[in-house]
Write a protein of this length. Structure first.
Length: 228
């Protein structure tokens, strides 16, 4: 009787040990990877973002420093010829050294205030946003010996690297036949042709939109020298 009970207990204990071994093996298989897999497929950083490119140029000299990317934010940028607001510049593959600071690729977003463009047109001029993403120029001009208040509205575009607004409608507040005759005379006085200044050479204006506080411009360039 005692041998039978001891044998039954021994069989049960062996069975429990076997089940425990199987459970541990399954758990280990689930939480581990095959050998060598981690080296061939590195995990991504937290948040799912890819690790930044660390491929510095092979010909980097001892006196040079390479930056994978460089971001600059400025509320206002003032130069001798212009003022820009809310400026954001993003440079990639930037090298600094004896030759200066050069970005292989540079993108700049900046706002040209309306009053900067108005001052460029001269006289008593106001530039403001209009419906449907257009812009309006209101200017007092002298024509045929008289001063008239001209209101011109048009779509803002990029032409030859400049911010341009050619009026699609011109109103001087009089009869249609008089407005039509005067429009041809004053058109050039209310046409915007603005070249954005105060930024590194090599940037090209690619897009412009009208905002409540000015013209939002996007410029891009390659091999742009940021500083001498």
């Amino acid at each position: 009787m005692r041998w039978t009970r001891a044998k039954d207990w021994l069989i049960g204990a062996l069975g429990m040990i076997l089940l425990l071994a199987v459970a541990v093996a399954v758990l280990w298989w689930g939480v581990s990877d095959p050998a060598g897999r981690a080296a061939s497929a590195p995990s991504s950083p937290a948040g799912g973002e890819q690790a930044p490119d660390t491929g510095a140029p092979a010909d980097l000299r001892d006196e040079e420093v390479w930056l994978g990317d460089l971001v600059l934010d400025a509320g206002t940028v003032v130069s001798a010829g212009s003022t820009l607001r809310d400026v954001r510049a993003v440079g990639q593959d930037v090298v600094t050294g004896p030759d200066g600071l050069v970005a292989a690729r540079l993108s700049v977003d900046a706002t040209v205030p309306f009053d900067v463009v108005a001052a460029e047109l001269g006289g008593v001029t106001e530039v403001r946003p209009a419906d449907d993403g257009q812009a309006t120029v209101v200017r007092t001009v002298e024509t045929l010996g008289r001063e008239v208040r001209v209101t011109a509205t048009g779509t803002v575009e990029v032409q030859a690297g400049r911010l341009v607004m050619e009026p699609r409608s011109i109103d001087i507040g009089g009869p249609d036949f008089l407005s039509g005759a005067t429009a041809a005379v004053v058109r050039n006085l209310v046409t915007i042709e603005h070249e954005i200044e105060g930024l590194p050479e090599g940037l090209v204006l690619e897009d412009v939109t009208v905002q409540d506080d000015g013209f939002r411009a996007n410029l891009r360039g390659d091999d742009v020298r940021l500083a001498p």
